[in-house]
Design a protein around this ligand. Structure first.
Ligand SMILES: Nc1ncnc2c1ncn2[C@@H]1O[C@H](COP(=O)(O)OP(=O)(O)O)[C@@H](O)[C@H]1O
Ligand SMILES: [Mg+2]
Length: 352
């Protein structure tokens, strides 16, 4: 079942054009001029119940604007959006009861109240049954380690504690969909890991649909199976994470551990196409290779012919490698895809 359907979703902001200085300010006062800035430009997106989707893109790509339209905070300029079958901006209360939202840059906790009192207010606002509240609190306190600051006002806790509390607050009413906009921004690694584990648990155990915006690509690896990349308000990639890695991360690294040194190692490496030594430490060394030029099994075979290999393993490509290339315009996804298809055809011919 589709829980989110967006068709041609578009948002432009009206921004004022003002000449600099006092003169400009006065001129603007009497004769204001505005310009349209398109932040989200015709996005089509369908998300099924229980999916965990990473929604990524460079700064200013339109991620937060998209999320604000999906949550009903902003009304689209044009296009359609349905969340749980309803228009979010028209059914805000109804929509709110089925979604949870975390904006990393902003808290929904009451600043002066102890955390536990914010939770109790949320329980009342969302009419969470006492039994559900108790059950969730027990689990969230444990998974997120909330115990130590439950009775401290929000303004006095650290950023990491605040994010954990915000996450719990967003999930107390068992929402079907959770939007997370940069939930790990500025956090240390231990807190990040705790937050990731929690989100993953909610997705896998409770089937909560997750839409996650992040600059931390480890978040994506941990939590999401689908990747949507947007740039300048448009979707430039939508597909599963594994495919992206297989198709776009051509470079792989293979690590060997030997029993005895291979005398002819440099010339052996030289003889293999698109293969280079990236690290060597005694009997351990690593080779980087282009998987379109040579396969890992071929490399392993060459090594085993020349010496005694004790162990070897291949690095899983990391998604950040690919995404950074896309952001930097070093990788054109459509061209890379065509190339991958051509290579796949070639491989089929070879094996015949
Ligand atoms: N309230 C606003 N008024 C005018 N322009 C805005 C507003 N919010 C965002 N923008 C602009 O819209 C574009 C997309 O912003 P945003 O959705 O926040 O991007 P992201 O979350 O991907 O960084 C940017 O160019 C940003 O400057
Ligand atoms: Mg943003």
């Amino acid at each position: 079942m589709n829980v989110i359907v967006a068709e041609g979703l578009t948002k432009s902001y009206r921004v004022s054009v003002k000449e600099p200085g006092l003169k400009g300010a006065i001129k603007h006062l009497f004769n204001p001029r505005y310009q349209e800035r398109v932040a989200v430009n015709g996005i089509n997106l369908t998300i099924k119940e229980g999916e965990a989707v990473a929604y990524v893109g460079p700064n200013g790509a339109g991620k937060s604007t998209t999320i604000k339209m999906l949550t009903g905070i902003l009304v689209p300029t044009s296009g359609k959006v349905l969340v749980n079958g309803a228009v979010p901006s028209k059914n805000r209360m109804d929509n709110a009861s089925r979604i949870g939202v975390v904006f990393g840059q902003r808290t929904q906790l009451w600043w002066d109240l102890p955390i536990i009192e914010s939770f109790e207010l949320i329980k009342d606002i969302y009419e969470v049954p006492t039994s559900t509240y108790k059950k969730n609190m027990e689990q969230f306190v444990e998974l997120l380690g909330l115990e130590e600051f439950l009775h401290v006002p929000a303004r006095r806790i650290s950023l990491g504690q605040r994010m954990r509390a915000d996450l719990a607050a967003a999930l107390l009413h068992n929402p079907k969909i959770v939007y997370l906009d940069e939930p790990t921004i500025g956090l240390d690694i231990a807190v990040k890991e705790r937050i990731r584990a929690f989100i993953k648990e909610m997705n896998q155990q409770h089937g909560t649909t997750i839409m996650l915006t992040t600059h931390d690509l480890e978040d994506i690896e941990e939590i999401c199976s689908r990747l949507v990349i947007i740039d300048k308000g448009s979707v430039i990639y939508d597909g599963d994470l594994q495919t992206v890695k297989n198709v776009y991360a051509r470079e792989r690294t293979i690590h060997f551990q030997l029993e005895r040194p291979i005398v002819s190692l440099p010339s052996l490496i030289e003889s293999m196409p698109s293969t280079s030594l990236v690290r060597e430490e005694g009997l351990r060394f690593s080779l980087r290779f282009d998987k379109y030029e040579i396969s890992a099994s071929e490399i392993a075979r060459h090594m085993m012919n020349q010496g005694e290999v004790m162990d070897f393993h291949i690095d899983e490509p990391k998604i950040d490698h690919v995404i950074r290339k896309v952001y930097n315009h070093d990788l054109n996804l459509q061209e890379a895809w065509k190339e991958a298809e051509a290579v796949a055809k070639k491989e089929v011919r070879h094996t015949r």
